[in-house]
Design a protein. Structure first.
Length: 212
């Protein structure tokens, strides 16, 4: 009599490109971009160097894809954190604390993504990603200004200034040389407070007018 029990299929094996991406992140965590050689990544992934080159013609092309994937993941995480919130201050806090908190949870990877010298194609991807952060921030500011929740300002300039301030504020906490002693909660609290003040999110425009 045939066995009629449902047999679960075996879990799918991780494809080679995914293994290489995961290995590249692990190598970044160990020693940063400079230490992330093709040979080191291939060894961590358990494949031959030639196998890596069949998928990525160069280290730079591998890291362009990796940085783009990480950047898209960060943008999605920030959007998810802000989605259920109502006030401008709450949404801004969620976006800034999500970005800073995730960076400080993996400081060596974040350092490579934001600060470390890179090959030109990878650096171009980093610049593109940073511009996308600024575009999203400018959109948020513009919408909240139009709704009367923030004071009138140039959204593009404010967004660029905020992104620059956040990146600069995280230099020491993320640095593999100088970092390691910062209190993440304190850093995030200071950053969110600064960003609220910078765009005028702490006091509604109408309230300020009434106080004048």
């Amino acid at each position: 009599m045939p066995d009629l029990r449902v047999i679960e299929p075996p879990p799918p094996r991780e494809d080679t490109r995914s293994r290489l991406m995961r290995a590249a992140i692990a190598v970044l965590e160990d020693g940063g971009y400079a230490a992330a050689s093709v040979a080191a990544i291939a060894e961590r992934a358990g494949v031959a160097t030639g196998t890596l080159y069949r998928h990525y013609p160069s280290k730079a092309e591998l890291f362009v894809e990796l940085f783009r994937s990480i950047g898209e993941g960060e943008l999605a995480a920030m959007a998810d954190a802000a989605a259920p919130l109502r006030t401008a201050a709450e949404e801004l806090d969620a976006v800034v604390s999500t970005f800073a908190g995730r960076a400080m949870s993996r400081p060596r990877v974040a350092w490579a993504l934001v600060y470390e010298p890179l090959d030109p194609p990878v650096d171009a991807e980093r610049v593109r990603s940073r511009r996308e952060y600024a575009v999203r921030m400018a959109r948020f500011i513009r919408e909240r200004v139009d709704a009367g929740e923030l004071p009138d300002q140039d959204p593009d300039t404010s967004a660029a200034a905020l992104i620059g301030a956040i990146v600069e504020a995280l230099v020491s906490p993320l640095s593999p040389v100088a970092g390691g002693n910062a209190d993440p909660d304190a850093v995030i609290a200071a950053l969110t407070a600064f960003c609220r003040r910078a765009v005028g999110a702490e006091t509604a425009p109408a309230a300020r007018a009434a106080q004048a």
